[in-house]
Design a protein around this ligand. Structure first.
Ligand code: FBP
Length: 304
């Protein structure tokens, strides 16, 4: 085992061997394998936004095989999706890439306070040979407490089977403004809550140069905490994940230019983030263009 992976896994030494070995499989797989960084393809946007909004720009992406192929051919660390997408290719692509079963999902039709429904189980993840389970919480939502209690049960069950939990921590709802959802203090707070819940991998959005809470503003100001550069903001989020002892990855967000995304990835690396989880920016481009972008992202993390 390389030093970088060993140093990361040392932070998980109170975990059972199943969890350590699954984390090892993600950290050692693909183009970034051994670098201590990960690049993951998440494809749950069909639930979150609907298939046409997600795949309309690149119709080949309606096919679940497309995403397995994209993740495998680009040498990504893992592929994360809800049960329908993962099951469809689980047999054909078995063992070729670590998979993460997204256990809960939201949609854009229901309305009301942001919430997620359980769409699969830890047992499904075991049957499909997954390397981890994924679960979203929405800190700030009126449904937050129910979601956290569900997360507690899921993490407990997954841990008992030796499966790590990846927590998507996306503050939204309640008193949070749209700008507040990605404010540095709010993203950091959400990341820390995921760590406190026992997440093995934490996934958050990129933090903006905005502080939402008046109370947080006081501490940012009195301590001279830097917020202007993205790498400083990334470092702050990393600090919030048990002083960098948890793997924390940042989402890609809506489609943007290649230059923009590569510059964000460079900042994530410089700020000490563990990697990227990029969906729309990969599969809303044609296969060759999406793969070229994913390879460039991996190469930045690898240091090439
Ligand atoms: P993207 O790279 O497409 O942003 O994917 C990351 C992700 O977390 C997906 O897993 C999820 O479907 C999506 O973002 C949710 O985005 P939003 O909350 O902005 O609708």
């Amino acid at each position: 085992m390389g030093d970088r992976i060993k140093n990361i896994l040392d932070n998980y030494k109170s975990e059972n061997p199943g969890i350590i070995s699954k984390l090892y499989s993600i950290l050692s797989h693909g183009r970034t394998g051994g670098s201590g960084k990960v690049v993951i393809l998440p494809v749950d946007q069909g639930f979150e936004h609907g298939a046409d909004r997600s795949f309309g720009k690149n119709p080949e992406a309606y096919d679940p095989d497309y995403h397995y192929n994209l993740a495998i051919k680009c040498g990504l660390s893992a592929y994360a999706a809800p049960i329908g997408f993962l099951s469809d290719g689980a047999q054909e692509f078995a063992g070729r890439i670590p998979t993460i079963l997204k256990l809960n999902n939201s949609d854009s039709l229901s309305g009301g306070e942001p919430d997620q429904a359980l769409t699969s189980s830890v047992g499904d993840a075991l049957r499909l040979g997954c390397s981890a389970v994924g679960f979203t919480i929405y800190p700030g939502s009126g449904k937050y407490k129910d979601m956290v209690e569900e997360a507690r049960e899921v993490i407990k069950e997954a841990r008992s089977c030796g499966l790590p939990a990846v927590i998507w921590s996306y503050p939204r709802g309640g008193a949070l403004t749209k700008e507040g959802e990605t404010a540095l203090d709010v993203i950091s707070y959400g990341a820390h809550m995921a760590a406190l819940l026992g997440a093995h991998i934490i996934k958050v959005k990129l933090p903006s140069d905005h502080i939402f809470s008046e109370e947080a503003k006081k501490i940012y100001s009195s301590e001279g905490i830097k917020t202007q550069n993205l790498e400083d903001r990334i470092s702050r989020v990393v600090l919030n994940c048990f002083a960098g002892k948890r793997i924390v990855v940042f989402s890609g967000g809506p489609a943007k230019s290649e230059d923009e995304i590569l510059s964000e990835v460079t900042s994530i690396k410089q700020g000490g983030g563990s990697g990227s989880i990029v969906g729309r920016n990969a599969f809303q481009r044609k296969f060759d263009e999406g793969s070229s972008l994913l390879r460039k992202i991996c190469d930045i993390y690898k240091g090439n």
